[in-house]
Design a protein around this ligand. Structure first.
Ligand code: ATR
Length: 276
């Protein structure tokens, strides 16, 4: 049997905007590895068949994006604890002997980006305020709990989603009404925007930061634009700010290492490649 070139990719719909292909191809080229990473537009009704077919075609794994992150769990043979807790997977690995392992590396990407961008941030030092309660928020909150943050205040426009998040992720989560976020900022060592507010084409997250401590860290999952209005206002207060691009880069690291056998480096060249 001839050695096949390992294939990986990303499945979602739409997929054309995804920056994952350029990132993984950049890592393959820099490390001099044989392999390919392919974007695939997959409709919901084709998902199961595609996941059965890809391993036979030489795929070693795929990333999963909107709208399949939750649905793929039902097709997995093994779901990691963190993917189960979050209720979504972004990284699938096809085992050599058959079977799909579903993992979620978004929280890893978030924490890694935060630690690199704000090395002085002390997880145990105080509560975090997380705006939003969607899939991304779940991954962020789970990673903050794992990192040892004593209390995580979650606020969402649709309160019931924040309440469900607390039910799933536990006692360290406190739900804060959408109209009350500004009033809980005073205690926070960390403020995170996990909503799509601030993304190009969307209105900004308009939140008064008057009560925020100047030594608090502010991070935004939005990376287009890189410097969101939230980060600009926080910076003007003297806060350390961390943009969202690094989370995208770091969440890709575990999958790449599993599939292609080497751990890639996230550096300025990776950022430039991904930003195009
Ligand atoms: P993701 O996987 O990126 O988290 P998602 O699960 O669709 O995507 O969640 C999107 C998040 O952005 C939610 O917290 C959503 O709030 P709702 O649950 O109330 O919809 C938030 N969001 C999106 N548009 C918003 C807006 N205009 N104002 C406030 N929150 C918004």
């Amino acid at each position: 049997m001839t050695d096949r070139i390992p294939l990986a990719g990303v499945i979602g719909s739409p997929i054309a905007h995804s920056r994952s292909p350029v990132m993984h191809m950049h890592w393959l080229a820099t490390l001099g590895l044989a392999g390919h990473y392919i974007p695939m537009d997959v409709a919901q009704q084709d998902l199961e068949r595609v996941l059965q077919t890809l391993p036979r075609m030489g795929f070693v794994g795929v990333n999963v994006t909107v709208p399949h992150k939750e649905t793929v769990l039902q097709f997995a043979d093994q779901v990691t604890d963190r993917a189960g807790l979050i209720g979504a997977a972004n990284t699938l690995t096809f085992r050599a002997g058959g079977g799909i392992v579903a993992d979620n590396t978004d929280g890893y990407g978030f924490i890694e980006n935060l630690r690199r961008g704000a090395p002085n941030w002390d997880a145990a030092a105080g509560p975090a305020v997380v705006v939003g309660a969607g899939g991304a928020s779940r991954a962020v909150v789970a990673s903050l709990i794992e990192a040892g943050v004593p209390e995580i205040m979650v606020s969402n426009r649709t309160r019931i989603r924040a309440e469900r998040l607390r039910e799933d992720l536990g006692r360290r989560v406190r739900v804060v009404d959408w109209s009350q976020v500004r009033n809980v900022l005073g205690d926070a060592g960390l403020l995170v925007n996990t909503t799509s507010l601030g993304m190009t084409g969307n209105p900004p997250l308009r939140l008064s930061l008057d009560g925020l401590r100047p030594d608090a860290v502010v991070t935004d999952l939005v990376y287009a634009p890189l410097r969101t209005e939230l980060l600009q206002v926080a910076e003007a207060r003297g806060c350390v700010t961390v943009d969202g691009l690094g989370m995208l880069l770091y969440q890709g690291v575990p999958g790449f290492e599993r599939w292609f056998g080497q751990r890639p480096t996230v550096d300025e060249a990776t950022r430039r490649a991904v930003l195009g």
